[in-house]
Design a protein around this ligand. Structure first.
Ligand code: ATP
Length: 436
């Protein structure tokens, strides 16, 4: 399938099947904002849960956090965001559209109207959303919506470290909304002004920064592969020295092969001691760590794998989408990893007849506590299978008239389309073996 088609078809599927809708759609939409629908909320939640599981649950060196979106404005002075968090903006004199100067095509032509050499000089455009806290809209009430979740972690370094008694190397993980007034949002949920980040700040002794940076680059790359993205559609791209942010000793991006080319999925940065040093200075608090065994005090260095939940969701969708011809029929299938699929199991009574409903409901009740299930009794069974393929449901359980006699159901596998007859009392064990 042509790459441009792939994007269109995924966006179309998202709309048609309730994964992602244009926000405020009945009012004509609102500037590249998107709402996750009944299926999209499940998929995105599964992406975040898979991240949390890998970064927090399966490790004993990482703890979690959920910090406020509104933070003391001094935080953004200390972090450098107030001074430097901007992108170069140019206007096209011909069509008046605005663009990020560093995202313009090499041809120099305006991406909107095609005019040549029509751009104004670049000027810096600040990306933080400003608001006022409380009833008075004066300078003293100014606050910002956080442009990254990371700072909530740094300002809680002491709280988290002392209450959990963790010693470096250890990390604090957080998932939450971030806001950036992007000049040119676009490519569906790839770049939006409101998005969700999944960030880890991993605190290490200063001399170990390089080694942990390598470790996290590999871990993060593996995470996407383990969840089903083919490794040839991922790459780790180290930043050139002139590309590095003001805080970073080394950065590498995990990039995905999006339909428009390689693009950032996640950034992994060695931030050295920049953040804790800045916050110590601006807050006047001692943010050093005392290593009793070695009898020394130091500011931990920080390795930060920073991923976007929306970009990851898009990448998983793009990698999973396939159209194929099976036994003379076309089907669309989302080969999502079972952990990510909105529903793990569909329960499908063969017909809507009253005789089947009670047993089908019993099967549903048996599975619901363990997996996200969809119950569907409309249309022919063939069409219902295809509906489930299209949204990536790994297993469909069909309750038919024989089920009432033999106490067994038919389980269909999304990928192989093979069917097994399974006794209802062995169904949970059967699915348990196949679903992570
Ligand atoms: P880009 O160069 O694409 O603007 P960035 O380098 O500014 O991204 P980071 O500051 O490293 O991004 O943010 C970490 C992650 O947060 C990104 O890898 C991405 O997954 C996500 N992210 C950042 N900005 C956006 C956005 N506007 N929309 C959706 N996700 C975003």
């Amino acid at each position: 399938m042509a790459k441009a088609d792939l994007m269109d078809r995924v966006v179309n599927l998202c709309k048609r099947r309730g994964l992602v809708f244009p926000s405020s759609e009945i009012y004509g939409g609102f500037r590249s904002t998107w709402d996750y629908g009944p299926l999209g909320v499940l998929l995105k939640r599964n992406v975040k849960d898979a991240w949390w599981r890998s970064m927090v649950q399966l490790r004993d060196d990482v703890v979690g956090l959920d910090a406020a979106i509104l933070m003391a404005p001094r935080v953004w002075e200390a972090s450098g965001h107030l001074a430097t968090f901007s992108d170069p903006l140019v206007d096209c004199r011909n069509c008046k559209e605005r663009f990020r100067a560093d995202h313009l095509p090499e041809s120099g032509a305006c991406p909107n109207c095609g005019a040549k050499d029509s751009f104004t000089e670049a000027r810096q455009f600040h990306l933080m959303f400003k608001t006022h806290v409380g009833p008075v809209e004066d300078e003293a009430a100014v606050a910002y919506l956080r442009p990254e979740t990371a700072q909530g972690i740094f300002v809680n370094f002491l709280n988290a470290q002392t209450t959990t008694r963790k010693k470096p190397p250890f990390g604090i993980a957080q998932i939450g909304k971030a806001f950036r007034n992007e000049i040119t949002p676009g490519n569906f949920i790839f770049r939006t002004r409101e998005f969700e980040q999944m960030e880890l700040e991993y605190f290490v002794p200063p001399e170990d920064g390089g080694q942990w940076f390598e470790y996290w680059c590999q871990q993060r790359l593996d995470w996407y592969v383990d969840l089903g993205i083919p490794s040839d559609r991922l790459q780790l791209r180290p930043h050139d020295p002139d590309e590095l942010s003001h805080y970073s000793a080394a950065t590498a991006d995990v990039e995905f092969d999006y339909p428009w080319g390689w693009g950032e999925l996640e950034g992994i940065a060695n931030r050295a001691d920049f953040d804790l040093k800045q916050h110590a200075e601006y807050s006047g608090q001692d943010l050093t760590y005392f290593d009793q065994e070695a009898d020394r005090r130091y500011i931990p260095h920080v390795i930060e794998p920073s991923a976007g939940a929306d970009r990851a969701t898009l990448a998983f969708l793009l990698a999973a989408y396939a159209e194929e011809e099976v036994r003379g029929e076309r089907r669309t299938v989302l080969r999502l990893h079972p952990r990510l699929a909105p529903y793990q199991v569909a329960v499908l009574p063969l017909s809507k007849k009253d005789t089947l409903t009670p047993l089908a409901q019993e099967v549903l009740a048996l599975l619901q506590p363990r997996w996200m299930c969809e119950y569907d009794e409309t249309q022919s069974i063939g069409r219902r299978y295809r509906r489930q393929d299209e949204i990536g449901t790994p297993y469909a359980v069909t309750v038919d008239f024989d089920s009432i006699e033999d106490g067994a159901v038919t389980v269909r596998d999304r990928d192989s389309m093979e069917q097994d007859r399974v006794p209802i009392d062995g169904l949970v064990a059967y699915l348990d073996e196949r679903l992570p």
